[in-house]
Design a protein around this ligand. Structure first.
Ligand SMILES: [Fe+2]
Ligand SMILES: [Fe+2]
Length: 148
């Protein structure tokens, strides 16, 4: 089940431990961009599953490091593609990317100053924003410029 179908309320709730299940409705028809989006969704699912679990085994610093590497490469790839194709919404889209990079770096800079539970909540909130507020809206709106 995709988040898009969840928004429309026609499907049962997601399985425990998986907030978003990747499927073709999330595709922008570009294997590179889709692979990066999928990696971001998987990170969201890992943080969500750990947040739901009693024993909290996820190494949040390692998870944030992996996510940061994916996100920085991904935003650059998307902006490069959109620039080459003269996407009219690129300036606003890139501004949203920059806001998210700033938020991600703020979390990374405070990682040792925060209790584990607070860090996990912030990270979960951030990745949810990244997936639901950006990938499922901005990126889907720009899919004509992102397809391979
Ligand atoms: Fe994206
Ligand atoms: Fe984007």
């Amino acid at each position: 089940m995709s988040l898009l179908s969840l928004f429309h309320g026609h499907t049962p709730p997601p399985l425990v431990g998986e907030l978003i299940h990747w499927d073709d409705t999330l595709s922008v028809d570009n294997p590179v961009i889709d692979g990066e989006h999928r990696a971001i969704v998987e990170s969201l699912n890992r943080v969500y599953a750990d947040w739901m679990a009693a024993d909290h085994r996820l190494d949040l610093e390692e998870e944030l490091g992996k996510l940061a590497a994916i996100v920085e490469t991904h935003f650059a790839n998307e902006e490069d593609l959109m620039a080459r194709r003269h996407c009219p919404t690129l300036p606003d889209h890139a501004r949203d990317h920059r806001d998210m990079l700033l938020e991600m770096r703020t979390i990374a800079n405070n990682i040792h100053a925060m209790p584990q539970a607070k860090l996990e909540a912030q990270l979960l909130r951030f990745i949810r924003r990244l997936v639901m507020g950006h990938v499922l809206s901005w990126d889907m709106d720009a899919r004509d410029y992102l397809r391979a």
